[in-house]
Design a protein around this ligand. Structure first.
Ligand code: IMP
Ligand code: MG
Length: 175
């Protein structure tokens, strides 16, 4: 079977959900500035769309942490490839992720970030695959809970492909 992508969550549905999350975050952070941290590369599309829907003041920073190689299976090895540019001291931090799968990446990352003295720290993910959880991670905002399938699009890749799809889909026809 040739490699193809089946739509799981279409573009309009994703947009609607991000609009809702933006509103909710704006209410929850009323009177504050929210410091968004994007986990590269997958979180970038989601964070940009989300940031546009947040009405309180926003600042942004980026970091890259990976526990994955080019395939679909977790290696369990997590490394910081790029650290943040700015301090978290006294900031209301919202970590923005594309997907939480085993939870290993976030478990490690949140532990590191918490030591940098943010005023508060919450977690927002576009997708959550709770069935696959190995590490317990508290998620504050979730776009969609999805079944245990390998998804692409909206920032998520399969071997660096498909990040640019404007919807979330499942790759079919791969081993
Ligand atoms: P975790 O450490 O197992 O939670 O994995 C988190 C990272 O693995 C995510 O930030 C993604 O980069 C990648 N990942 C996990 N599941 C998928 C998927 O279904 N499609 C694409 N990437 C995924
Ligand atoms: Mg990621």
């Amino acid at each position: 079977m040739a490699e193809s992508v089946r739509v799981l969550v279409d573009e309009a549905e994703v947009a609607k959900r991000i609009e809702y999350l933006g509103k909710k975050i704006s209410e929850d952070y009323a009177g504050k500035q929210v410091h968004l941290i994007c986990v590269l590369k997958g979180g970038v599309f989601f964070m940009c769309e989300l940031a546009k829907r947040i009405s309180v003041p926003v600042s942004m920073d980026f970091m890259s942490v990976s526990s994955y190689g080019d395939g679909t299976a977790s290696s369990g090895v997590v490394k910081i490839a790029k650290d943040l540019d700015e301090t978290l001291e006294g900031k209301d931090v919202l970590v923005v992720e594309d997907i939480i799968d085993s939870g290993r990446t976030l478990y490690y990352l949140l532990d590191i970030l918490a030591k940098r003295n943010p005023k508060s720290m919450k977690l927002c993910t576009l997708l959550d695959k709770p069935d696959r959880r190995v590490r317990d991670v508290k998620v504050d905002y979730v776009g969609f809970e999805i079944p245990d399938e390998f998804v692409v699009g909206y920032g998520l890749d399969y071997a660096q492909k498909y990040r640019n799809l404007p919807y979330i889909g499942v790759v079919e026809g791969v081993e």
